[in-house]
Design a protein around this ligand. Sequence first.
Ligand code: FAD
Length: 296
Amino acid sequence: RAQRQARSSHPAPKVSFEFFPPSSPAIEETLWKSVARLKTLAPEFVSVTYGADGSTRDNTHRVIKALGEQTVIPTMPHLTCVDASKSEVDEVADSYWKMGVRSIMALRGDPASGAGSVYTPKADGYHYAADLVAGLKRQHDFRIGVAAYPETHPEAPSAHFDIDNLKRKFDAGADFAISQFFFSTEAYLRFRDRCVLAGIDKPIIPGILPVTNFNTLKRFAGACGTELPRWLSDSFEGLDNDPETRQLIAANIAIEQVLALQNEGVNDFHFYTLNRAELCYAVCHSLGVRPAVELA
Ligand code: FAD
C-alpha cells in the first residue's frame, strides 16, 4: 500500500483520480502509463468519464473493465441519463454490477449539442441526476457519487435552488459528491458551509484540476461556470510557447490550492488528471501521499 504520511497536524489525505476514455492510440498509451504511475499512490478509487455518443460510452465500459483486470483499486464509471431511456441506462448499470463494479458517478449529462444548449428531459428517461440516483439505488446497492457546483450550475435558477438539488440527490441515496473544478478556495468553503446549513452531512470532495494550458481552460470554464480569477490568467501570461515553465507554474498553483484546502480541514481530494500523471503525482506528494517502499 501507499504510505500516507500525515503532514504535521493534518490527518493523512485520501485521493482519487479521474480519467477519460481514450480516443486515439496515443492517448490510450498515455492513459495506461498514467494509471501505472498513479496507482502506486493507492487511491480510494479511479473514475472514468462518460461521453455524449455511443462509441465513447462503449469506451468507458472497456476502460473500466481493463482497469478492473489490471488493478485492485475500486473503479467508478460515470453514467449519464441524458438522451437515453431508463431501460438503456439500467442495462448499462446492470452490466457494471455483474462486472463487479460497486460505485457509480451518477450525472444528468449535457445534450449532445454541447453544454449551454437547452436541456429537454426525455419522456421515457431519468429527467435529472436525482431521478437517476433513485433509479440506480432501486436496481442495485451501488455506492453513488454525484456532482456539486461550488459556483452554481449554469442552468440553475439560483444558488439556493442548486444546493436544494444537491440535497435531493443525497436524499435519493447518493453517498458523496465531487465538486466541479474551481480556483477560488473561498467559493468552495462558502459552498461547503451553505451545504451544511441546508442539512447536507455527506462528503463534498473538491475536484482539483491542475492547469497547464490556460487557453484550453478558458473554454472548459466558460461552459461550466467556473470563475477564472485574474491572478490565474496573470500566472500564465506570456507563456503560450513555454510548456516547461507552464508545467512548473501549474504544479505550484495546484499545490497551493490543496494545501489551503487541507488547512481548512479537507481530507479527500479528487483529481481531474486529463489522463496525465505528472502534476497529480507531484500534488499528491506535497500532501504527503507517497508510493509504497518495496521491502527487500
Ligand atoms: P443535475 O443534478 O440533474 O442538475 C442539472 C441542472 O438542473 C442544475 O442546474 C439543477 O439545479 C437543475 N435541476 C435539477 N433538478 C431540476 C428540476 N426538477 N427542475 C428544473 N431544474 C432542475 N458530464 C458528462 O457528460 N460525462 C461525465 O462523465 C461527467 N462527469 C462529471 C463529473 C463531475 C465531478 C462533474 C462536476 C460534472 C461532470 N459532468 C459530466 C458534467 C455534468 O453532466 C453537467 O454539469 C450537467 O450539466 C449536469 O449534470 P448533474 O448531474 O449535475 O445534473
